[in-house]
Design a protein around this ligand. Structure first.
Ligand SMILES: Cc1cc2nc3c(=O)[nH]c(=O)nc-3n(C[C@H](O)[C@H](O)[C@H](O)COP(=O)(O)OP(=O)(O)OC[C@H]3O[C@@H](n4cnc5c(N)ncnc54)[C@H](O)[C@@H]3O)c2cc1C
Length: 597
């Protein structure tokens, strides 16, 4: 039997990203925050949250996976320990970390609330989901609600006393939400009665909170077909102030592959009373507040599961003795009968892929979260506008690239552990099962590729992409004279030129090739993802290498530069294939008649 899977918060890594790479002190000073935030505050929070993640949540991860959630007569019991942990979390005021001060929150910016998504998510993905969805619900009502709706719901969501759920999917309506059938009938008092069956709704019923505020996408009776006819409704489990339940009930739970500590619910609306949020027909626009937050958080889930799986694989590779290495990686004398796995080049390759993807994607995720803050809180309109464009371009990239790589990384972690990783008690296959959903929900990853190429690149004639390339060039220019960094800068510069040319080619061709976006979207997303990580790796290696140059470095800096080197040697070349594939017209994927598959 292996020891239970453990998780250690990567605090040095997080300090490096926030302090050294992003310069968080200066960035916080530049934002219009209600209360000043300094490094010491951030550090204290990080350490406290790391302890909570390691000591309270990580020990519940495997037991929750085994126990799952239990449905009984419409009520759902969460796994043992979840409720106590939730009460602790609320008691620390972390449910409202990102909520406005006037709602009882602490108004911390997104870049710092991302610490919750990373640390808590690595320790226990299932547990994180309850809070994560509620964050989106809070922001959605805050952005779209009337003053009365805000007063009724928002402070309860901010405190964590209530949670929320996002009810879009139905049996017939997945990606194509316009097919949904839930209907809302207007009532004389201005409210609505909703009827329908929602499927796969995360945390739509549970025992952690006093109330659950469902945000339900539905069609008002007689509204037009399709997505344009959709409206968004607030449908609470208990109407504010009422003891009895509203007409909304969990009919059962989906049996599923992972995140078993989170209930994925069938939710029956049976004449449930709801309030319109935003205006009629604006449901998707209103829902996108929640969806965009969820996409960034999902990208981070790819990182946090990969980090936890990597830690297991690395520790296993250090202690498992098999075979003799060929030298190079030192083993202390006297050598045991066999060397640890970590001496073998192929095992090192697998670990380095995980390390390079995870650290690169983490850096991108925090940078992007900072752009969200700049887009809202920076005093300068031009800075806000530019940040908003970058967020819009790179949100689908982070969501899909980090979750695809997160899944591939956890598979590699399992591979490093051999047959032991396939056994139940290794813990690693739980990460693999848990991370997998990130590629599917919040818009499946294929849809993210189409969003990137269709809306974000072709949609504005490549303007946002060129803006991003300018941002990349700023980092390249600072580093092109350094002998260690120069080859990586050159590789990245060439990729920028080739990507720009590809975008122009696709912009010209797409009008006459209706399937071009679908055929090239995935490859375009991989190219932009590899480029974004190359840019982050140059930024990180630049800091570490300059400390090495002046002999003020330690093993952490040496590891950063070595991992950057691996990234450019082994992972960056992936773009060669995608540049070729993305440039093909859509014939190759459309030629085969559907009957011949
Ligand atoms: C664990 C879990 C939790 C979930 N939580 C929630 C929740 O809280 N709330 C909620 O509303 N939903 C939730 N979902 C549902 C989830 O959002 C959907 O599964 C997802 O949107 C995809 O819809 P679908 O499953 O119907 O797949 P489909 O829409 O049938 O898609 C299947 C495949 O076809 C592709 N595809 C579909 N349409 C197109 C197109 N036009 N062009 C190109 N490719 C296309 C997709 O990319 C995908 O790969 C959850 C799902 C799971 C598994």
């Amino acid at each position: 039997m292996s020891p239970p899977a453990t998780y250690k918060a990567p605090l040095r890594e997080l300090r490096f990203v926030l302090n050294d790479l992003l310069g968080i002190d200066e960035e916080m000073k530049a934002l219009r925050l209600p209360e000043p935030l300094v490094r010491e505050d951030i550090d204290a929070l990080m350490e406290d949250m790391a302890a909570f993640a390691e000591e309270v949540l990580a020990p519940l991860n495997q037991s929750a996976d085994r126990e799952g959630c239990t449905w009984r007569d419409g009520e759902v019991a969460t796994p043992g320990g979840f409720k106590a942990a939730y009460d602790m979390f609320r008691g620390k005021g972390w449910a409202g970390l990102g909520a406005a001060i006037e709602h009882g929150g602490r108004a911390w910016p997104t870049v710092l609330t991302h610490l919750v998504t990373e640390l808590i998510g690595s320790a226990n993905h299932s547990w994180l989901m309850y809070h994560s969805i509620s964050r989106g619900g809070y922001e959605c009502i805050r952005a779209n609600g009337t003053p009365a709706q805000q007063a009724a719901y928002v402070p309860h969501l901010a405190s964590g006393a209530w949670t929320s759920s996002m009810c879009i999917t139905e049996r017939e309506a997945g990606t194509d939400v316009g097919l949904l059938r839930t209907v809302a009938v207007p009532q004389p008092d201005g409210s609505y009665r909703l009827t329908g069956l929602k499927r796969m709704v995360t945390a739509a019923e549970h025992d952690l909170a006093d109330n659950i505020v469902h945000l339900v996408l539905a069609r008002i009776e007689d509204a037009p077909e399709g997505a344009r006819g959709l409206s968004l409704f607030i449908v609470p489990r208990h109407l504010p102030g009422a003891a009895e339940r509203n007409g909304v009930r969990c009919e059962g739970l989906e049996d599923k592959m992972g995140i078993r500590g989170t209930p994925t619910c069938w939710l029956r609306l049976d004449g449930a009373r709801g309030e319109l949020l935003n205006t009629a027909g604006n449901g998707l626009v209103a829902m996108f507040v929640m969806m965009n937050i969820a996409r960034l958080a999902t990208g981070m889930q790819g990182v946090n599961q990969a980090e936890a799986a990597y830690q297991l694989a690395r520790d296993h590779a250090r202690t498992r003795l098999q075979g003799r290495g060929f030298g190079g990686a030192r083993v202390p004398e006297p050598r045991p009968a066999a060397d640890p796995l970590i001496v073998h080049a192929d095992v090192r390759r697998m670990l380095l892929v995980q390390k390079a993807w995870t650290e690169g994607s983490r850096a991108l995720a925090y940078w992007l979260a900072l752009q969200v803050d700049r887009s809202k809180l920076h005093p300068e309109p031009s800075v806000r506008r530019e940040a908003d464009e970058l967020v819009s371009l790179l949100t689908p990239v982070l969501k899909a690239f980090a979750t695809d790589n997160g899944y591939a990384s956890t598979t590699l972690a399992q591979q490093v552990m051999g047959g032991w990783g396939y056994l139940d008690d290794s813990g690693v296959h739980q990460y693999l099962r848990d991370v997998r959903v990130g590629q599917i929900y919040e818009g499946a990853n294929g849809i993210q590729g189409q969003d990137l190429l269709g809306r974000k690149i072709l949609g504005d004639g490549g303007a946002r992409l060129r803006r991003f390339l300018d941002v990349v060039h700023q980092v390249l220019e600072k580093n092109e004279a350094h002998p260690v960094l120069q080859p990586w800068v050159a590789q990245t510069r060439t990729l920028c030129v080739r990507l720009d040319a590809l975008a122009r080619q696709l912009i010209a061709r797409a009008p006459s090739h209706p399937n071009q976006v679908g055929a090239s979207g995935h490859s375009c997303l991989r190219i932009v993802g590899v480029l974004a990580l190359a840019w982050q790796w140059i930024g990180m290696a630049s800091i570490a290498q300059r400390r090495i140059d002046v002999q003020q470095s330690d093993a952490f800096d040496v590891a950063k530069v070595a991992t950057a080197r691996f990234y450019f040697a082994h992972l960056f070349p992936e773009v060669e294939q995608h540049l070729l594939v993305a440039a093909q017209d859509d014939d190759a994927v459309m030629a085969l008649d559907a009957d011949f598959f």
